[in-house]
Design a protein around this ligand. Structure first.
Ligand SMILES: Cc1cc2nc3c(=O)[nH]c(=O)nc-3n(C[C@H](O)[C@H](O)[C@H](O)COP(=O)(O)OP(=O)(O)OC[C@H]3O[C@@H](n4cnc5c(N)ncnc54)[C@H](O)[C@@H]3O)c2cc1C
Length: 494
């Protein structure tokens, strides 16, 4: 058997690569992790989840400061935002989390970390900084970058992406965002709340295209109510640099040419896999614009070379990258064959209200030709939501013909956290009767989870047949109060 320096080599120190490195090293495999940036952590820590969620929180606090009267507080006008302070807070949160992803920590676990730009020279070897390193297995976990669309003038026009957005020196007075996906939506609301005039240009007629239309439309309405402008069904034909700002020429929904100007332009039209510069062609690893091609064991066409995380396309989330890292550990280190299963992948867009999902929504159920029923409850019927001033949103439960849950969408306050109960229900195959019979603390937002399940059962429990049966067996006397005779009941408020 050939003698390799390492049992496993990992290229990319983000969510996927770090999961493999820590798992493999702790299991006793001689592990090498190679990262091209100066620090570990990947996009999520430095340019993605962490900075964006930190910015969203800051923007939320500023939004609350501007909305005191909504909570019975005096009206105040806080001073304008100094973005250097905001960027400073973002940096300090990143630095705090960085400690978990430090070279020292990985060394303690047993993994060797190297920095540089590795290039495959053969199927077991990479060249790195003038030397060659061999490993029995390799994992490509190089992540993704902002996709840059081929728009005339874009190359010559300065623009922002998630790489430079969080370290701006000043808050832009105005911003045009190309794209209407989760990153665009989250950043549009956050910057709008901080005081930037934001316009979102979206190619299709719906933001958050994977979500059901009714849910995505409510998010859009909320953003519009707060001041974000949308140009839907629009196609950008040209952009240019005006020096003091950027100009975007587009064809709007009515087919007219429209010219927009803003201080900054942000591009958020999707992600492109980081597949160049590592010699994939040399070792004949296939990839498309969506990512490296892998089978369900996350193997490339070479049995000992795996790929995981954003670089394989699919569900581009940190938790999925981590999950895929675990699958690689199982296959490459334990040699226990494990296939990926994406049936119950949860995700959340951290707009306000948040929009969280697991399993199928109406769109995907229709596409799959699955018969379903929809059960929903509004947050306006949840006592805690009302107390918190958070009445916008709903939960939608999709059931199959046997009343087994197909999926859940929650649009509302803390929807991402509320979804966790459903992560357990769906993965554990918990029967809905168990949820209906469970006790949830009052008053919590989570009661909506039980309530939507209750809406499935209550028509059956309180049906005419059941009432008739009980009346017959126990000689019940029936209604004690008749609306219109005893009391003018009026209409029940929803
Ligand atoms: C603005 C934004 C917000 C996001 N918010 C969320 C969120 O709230 N929740 C969520 O789940 N996901 C979120 N994501 C997605 C999440 O960041 C990614 O899904 C996740 O980082 C993917 O992990 P990964 O390991 O595949 O890639 P990455 O984390 O990007 O790691 C890849 C690593 O490989 C390194 N690398 C690249 N090329 C090479 C090379 N040639 N040699 C060596 N190293 C290399 C990179 O420097 C990087 O460190 C967000 C993304 C963005 C952009």
């Amino acid at each position: 058997m050939a003698d390799y320096e390492y049992d496993i080599g990992i290229i990319g120190g983000g969510a996927a690569g770090l999961t493999v490195a820590s798992g493999a090293a702790q299991l006793g495999a001689k592990t090498l992790l190679i990262e091209k940036e100066e620090a570990l952590g990947g996009d999520c820590l430095h340019y993605g989840c962490v900075p964006s969620k930190t910015l969203i929180k800051t923007a939320h606090v500023y939004h609350l400061m501007n909305n005191g009267p909504k909570f019975g507080l005096p009206s105040i006008t806080p001073p304008p935002v100094d973005f250097r302070e905001v960027a400073g807070r973002i940096k300090s949160v990143i630095n705090g989390i960085q400690k978990h992803d430090s070279v020292e920590r990985f060394c303690r676990l047993g993994a060797q970390v190297e920095f540089g730009d590795p290039v495959f020279t053969d199927e077991h070897t990479v060249a790195l900084g003038g030397r060659t390193i061999s490993a029995r297995s390799w994992v490509i976990a190089t992540g993704s970058s902002a996709a840059i669309p081929p728009i005339e003038g874009l190359e010559a026009t300065p623009y922002l992406t998630n790489r430079n957005l969080f370290s701006l020196d000043t808050l832009p007075g105005s911003m045009i965002i190309l794209g209407g996906g989760p990153i665009a939506v989250e950043m549009a609301q956050a910057f709008c709340r901080l005081g930037t005039r934001v316009t979102v240009i979206q190619r299709s007629g719906q933001i958050l295209g994977k979500e059901d239309r009714d849910m995505a439309d409510i998010v859009q309405q909320e953003l519009e109510r707060e001041g974000v402008a949308f140009r839907m069904n629009a196609s950008v034909t040209r952009v240019s640099d005006l020096g003091h700002g950027r100009q975007v020429i587009m064809t709007n929904a009515a087919g007219e040419t429209e010219t927009l100007e803003a201080e900054v332009l942000m591009v958020a039209v999707g992600r492109t896999p980081n597949v160049t510069g590592i010699g994939l062609e040399k070792i004949d690893i296939a990839y498309t614009h969506q990512g490296i091609e892998v089978n369900r064991y996350l193997r490339t066409r070479h049995k000992h070379i795996y790929a995981a995380g954003d670089v394989i396309g699919g569900y581009q989330f940190t938790h999925v990258a981590g999950y895929e890292g675990g699958v690689v550990v199982s296959n490459a280190i334990f040699h226990l064959p494990k296939k990926t299963d994406y049936t119950y992948v949860p995700w959340c867009t951290y707009s306000h209200p948040e929009l969280a999902s697991i399993g199928m929504n109406e769109k995907s159920a229709e596409k799959a030709g699955i018969e379903y029923s929809v059960w929903s409850e509004e947050f306006s019927g949840n006592d805690r939501a009302l107390a918190e001033g958070e009445s916008i949103g709903r939960i939608k439960l999709l059931l199959d013909r046997k009343e087994k849950p197909l999926g859940i969408q929650i649009l509302g306050p803390r929807a991402g956290d509320l979804l966790s109960e459903w992560v357990a229900i769906m993965n554990g195959g918990v029967r809905l009767t168990k949820i209906a019979a469970s006790i949830h603390p009052y008053p919590t937002l989570g009661e909506i989870n039980k309530r939507v399940v209750g809406s499935v059962f209550s028509p059956k429990i309180f049906s005419k047949t059941v009432r008739k049966g009980l009346t017959f067996f126990f000689s019940f006397k029936g209604r004690a109060c008749i609306c219109g005779t005893d009391v003018e009941c009026g209409k029940e408020t929803p």
